[in-house]
Each structure stands twice: as structure tokens, then as C-alpha cells.
Design a protein around this ligand. Structure first.
Ligand code: FES
Ligand code: FES
Length: 179
């Protein structure tokens, strides 16, 4: 039996310890927000937060996650009020929607410590949108930073002086279509 906390609830998986966390979450816990994309660590669609850090759940066995505190998109906020979720809806980011949970979870972990991520930080994310929604994703990141600013200030997190959308020119995030 492999135990961990998932979205605040103690979970005990009676599965092969080598089972990828992605499959345990989706098939045993019915938490289908994390998506099965490439299964090779190259798309980011399976991203969840493990002990405060973004992690690719397709690349992590449940044995490796023993005792960890896991957050999936289903547990990110009680009422979908997280700034990134609000911004995603306001900017109408979703096209097929397959990349959304992974992007939001990766960005939620990143922007907790860095409200206005640098182009280098964004480029280092493994997340990919196959639908060309990248320009809208950038707008959502900027909007989320604005929404989160009062919360972060209360938490003592200092935002960058420059808006994120004015600093993103050279990263792969600037290569999507304009739709
Ligand atoms: S399914 Fe995990 S990175 Fe693509
Ligand atoms: S909206 Fe389809 S992969 Fe991003």
C-alpha cells in the first residue's frame, strides 16, 4: 500500500508501487484533470503540484510520491477562484483544453514564488499548447499576476516591476498563432 495526501485527503493506493502517479490519480482516484499527453515528460499536460513544486505525474511513480502532499487541478481552489483559473476564463484561453490543467498547475507553482515570471522561467516549463493558444496564455499570465498582486503583497511576495507580457519576446511562448 502506498500512502500520500491528495487534495488534502489521505489516500492509500493498493497498486503496483511502480504505477505512474498520473494513472493512480486518473484511474484510481477519478481525478482526470491531469491529462495523459506524451507520457515522456515532453508536454506538461500531466503536471500536478508535489510538495509545493510542479511535477510531471507521468514521470513519477507512486512509490516516489510516498508521503507527499499532492495537489491536482481539482484541488487548486475550492471554487475555481485561483487567479490563474479566473484569468484563463477571462481571456478565453481554452481551445481543446487539453493543455490547460498542466499549464495552470505549473504556473501556480511558479507564480507563487515569482508573481511575474521571467521569459527564461516560462521557457523552462515543459508545457506545450498544440492548439496555438499561446498568445492567450500569455495574456492570462499577465492578468493572473494582476489579480494575485494584492494577495501576494499580503503574503510578503514582491512582484516584478515589469508586466510579464511586455517582457516576453524571445521565448517559445511567443511563437503561437494570434488566435
Ligand atoms: S504526459 Fe506527462 S509530460 Fe506529457
Ligand atoms: S488548447 Fe488545445 S492543447 Fe492547448
Amino acid at each position: 500500500m502506498t500512502s500520500m495526501t491528495v487534495n488534502g485527503e489521505a489516500i492509500h493506493y493498493r497498486l503496483d508501487p511502480e504505477t505512474p502517479l498520473l494513472f493512480a490519480l486518473r484511474d484510481a482516484s477519478n481525478l482526470t484533470g491531469a491529462k495523459h499527453g506524451c507520457y515522456s515528460g515532453d508536454c506538461g499536460s500531466c503536471t500536478v503540484i508535489v510538495d509545493g513544486r510542479a511535477a510531471l505525474s507521468c514521470q513519477l511513480t507512486i512509490a516516489a510520491a510516498e508521503g507527499a502532499d499532492i495537489t491536482t487541478i481539482e484541488g487548486l481552489s475550492a471554487d475555481r477562484a485561483h487567479p490563474l483559473q479566473q484569468a484563463w476564463a477571462a481571456e478565453q484561453v481554452s481551445q481543446c483544453g487539453r493543455c490547460d490543467p498542466g499549464f495552470i498547475m505549473a504556473l501556480a507553482a511558479l507564480m507563487r514564488a515569482t508573481p511575474n515570471p521571467t521569459p527564461e522561467q516560462l521557457s523552462s516549463l515543459p508545457n506545450i499548447c498544440r492548439c496555438g493558444a499561446t498568445p492567450r496564455i500569455l495574456k492570462a499570465i499577465a492578468r493572473a499576476a494582476q489579480i494575485a498582486a494584492p494577495v501576494n503583497a499580503a503574503d510578503g511576495v514582491k512582484p516584478s516591476a515589469e508586466p510579464v507580457d511586455e517582457r516576453l519576446n524571445s521565448s517559445r511562448f511567443s511563437n503561437g498563432s494570434s488566435t
